[in-house]
Design a protein around this ligand. Structure first.
Ligand SMILES: *[C@@H]1O[C@H](CO)[C@@H](O)[C@H](O)[C@H]1NC(C)=O
Ligand SMILES: *[C@@H]1O[C@H](CO)[C@@H](O)[C@H](O)[C@H]1NC(C)=O
Ligand SMILES: *[C@@H]1O[C@H](CO)[C@@H](O)[C@H](O)[C@H]1NC(C)=O
Ligand SMILES: *[C@@H]1O[C@H](CO)[C@@H](O)[C@H](O)[C@H]1NC(C)=O
Ligand SMILES: *[C@@H]1O[C@H](CO)[C@@H](O)[C@H](O)[C@H]1NC(C)=O
Ligand SMILES: *[C@@H]1O[C@H](CO)[C@@H](O)[C@H](O)[C@H]1NC(C)=O
Length: 483
């Protein structure tokens, strides 16, 4: 008994130190292929949040081990009696989300003002410099109360096996978990994100070339829901210009929108992801963006693909077009599987003919393996679980909709109070009150915006008419909070 326990302990330590010695497990694939992060730098664990902050932002290539919880809550003080507003989406009081009034933004418009208390640290993420690996050890690596910001041209960064949580989840604009804004070669792998005020992931507006987001868990369960139903709305936002993103083997559950919302001339390859219980929309693919969506499973996803007013090109593979890829890509694509979900029908083959180069190491599994393998492997503490079992999803129907789920209001499918714009769009203040319109946009907001979506989805400028130009909108004197 004692001997056995010692043996087990020794084995566990061996496992931990094997990981500690090498830092990153596996290697980057997809568009982020070649990303090495801190490379062979000696792996080391910072002692506290101050050292972590320094190591993340200095110019030394590093393999930074996150071997415990780094708690930033309170580290920059609390904003008490600060300015917030109550958007019209918050019809449920303390189980909804109010919004922090950001410096330099008029997102709150004429919504009723109120005072609120929030933690300052979460408002802006930790700066991450080039050539870093940020690697959680076992299931211990937690960053609480502050996200990560990869901006201003940084490159070659790996974020693996960490949990980012508790960024003022009560408040829209309370904080973003991972921000990319002008990067190259970033691999985000086995990360878990939950309880975030605003975006779990956001890229834009500057190009973020060569990104892979893999094996990660986006857990939308919250007690403060912008859609008033316990689901998080602000999940994944791809607003970069000319990003190339591989999005694979991820688990997105209990969300209610933006899972993901993509716009502005980027290319996304989403495969073998598992969506579960999304009360709103999964994909919203807008202006000039191209998305190849294959080998995914969606269960209980109300709107797999939102009708965008200015749609990009989507090739979502179903069983009748698995072979369409062969000519363009030299391989068959893999059909998606939808169960108790709306429809995911779009086969614009210009996605295939304009496929960017540079994505490698991709093997798309059959959708029948996805749910079990994603559940076993996505998120923190699962680095050793291999590529997952091959057990199949029970009762996998052919593609397409099986009885679209009724919404909380009764028979009609649930449509959030704000379609995509942001909360409360059905009772939006008059446009004249939105000063960022003058500040942030170079032209008129395109006509044909979906009903109830006349204002910017991220508090910055409205959708860009031409997909061209840099619009940092209301970035204000902090110059950061853009989404
Ligand atoms: C606004 O600026 C003040 C002063 O710089 C800062 O303390 C506060 O955290 C900022 N608030 C937001 C929401 O950015
Ligand atoms: C990152 O590492 C590469 C390869 O060693 C080096 O060429 C580059 O200058 C480094 N970048 C920064 C910003 O230090
Ligand atoms: C989806 O999530 C909601 C809220 O957590 C829950 O009430 C509902 O039962 C879930 N639906 C399914 C099909 O799991
Ligand atoms: C397919 O997408 C391209 C943009 O890549 C667009 O020009 C074209 O109109 C789309 N075709 C259809 C049928 O929607
Ligand atoms: C596949 O997609 C096409 C075009 O969207 C649609 O007509 C067809 O019914 C779909 N097939 C299946 C099996 O869902
Ligand atoms: C993944 O591996 C970890 C560590 O071995 C284990 O605790 C966990 O149960 C595994 N998860 C699944 C879903 O198999």
């Amino acid at each position: 008994m004692t001997l056995l326990r010692h043996l087990l302990t020794a084995t566990a330590l061996l496992g931990a130190s094997a990981q500690a010695a090498t830092g990153v497990t596996g290697s980057a694939f997809g568009f982020a292929t070649g990303t090495t992060g801190g490379g062979s730098a000696k792996a080391a664990a910072p002692s506290d949040i101050t050292e972590l902050t320094t190591w993340l932002s200095d110019s030394t290539p590093r393999v930074i081990l996150i071997d415990k919880e780094f708690n930033f809550i309170g580290s920059e003080g609390t904003c008490s009696d600060c300015e917030c507003c109550k958007p019209s989406s918050n019809t449920c009081g303390s189980s909804g989300q109010n919004a922090v009034k950001q410096n330099g933004s008029d997102w709150c418009g004429s919504y009723p003002s109120l005072t609120c208390t929030y933690d300052n640290a979460a408002i802006e993420g930790l700066e991450v410099a080039s050539n870093k690996s940020i690697v959680g050890v076992g299931s211990s690596g937690v960053i609480r109360g502050k996200g990560l910001r990869l901006v201003n041209g940084v490159s070659n960064i790996i974020i693996q096996n960490i949990h980012i949580t508790q960024l003022n989840p009560e408040f829209i604009w309370g904080g973003d978990a991972i921000t990319l804004d002008g990067t190259n070669n970033v691999w985000i792998d086995h990360v878990k994100i939950n309880l975030i005020g605003r975006q779990m992931f956001v890229a834009g507006y500057e190009p973020s070339h060569h990104v892979t987001i893999s094996n990660s868990e986006f857990d939308g369960q919250t007690s403060w829901s912008a859609t008033c139903n316990g689901h998080h709305y602000w999940t994944v936002l791809g607003y970069g210009h000319n990003d190339q993103v591989t999005f694979a083997n991820n688990y997105l559950h209990h969300t209610s929108g933006r899972s993901p919302k993509l716009e502005f001339n980027s290319f996304w390859h989403a495969y073998n992801n598992y969506w579960y219980n999304n009360s709103g929309h999964a994909f919203d693919v807008g202006e000039n963006t191209r998305a190849l969506i294959e080998g995914n499973v969606m269960v209980d996803v109300n709107i797999p693909l939102l009708a965008d007013s200015n749609p990009g090109a989507v090739f979502a593979v179903n069983s009748s077009d698995v072979a369409t890829c062969t000519k363009a890509l030299g391989r068959a694509c893999v059909a998606n599987t939808l169960i108790s979900s709306g429809s995911l029908a779009s086969t614009n083959s210009s996605v295939l003919s304009s496929y960017p180069s540079g994505e490698s190491g991709v093997t798309v599994k059959s959708a029948s393996q996805v749910a079990s393998s994603v559940r076993a492997n996505a998120g923190i503490g699962k680095l050793g679980n291999g590529s997952g079992s091959s057990s199949t999803v029970a009762a996998v129907a052919a593609t397409s909709a099986v009885a679209k789920r009724a919404g909380p209001d009764g028979d009609a499918p649930f449509v959030p109070a704000f379609s995509e714009a942001g909360p409360g769009a059905s009772a939006v203040p008059s446009q004249a009150s939105w000063s960022w319109r003058q500040v942030g946009t170079n032209g008129p907001v395109p006509s044909g915006t979906p009903s109830g979506a006349p204002f910017a989805p991220f508090g910055g400028p409205g959708p860009q008419p031409s997909g061209h130009g840099k619009h940092h909108g209301h970035h204000g004197h902090h110059g950061h909070q853009g989404f």
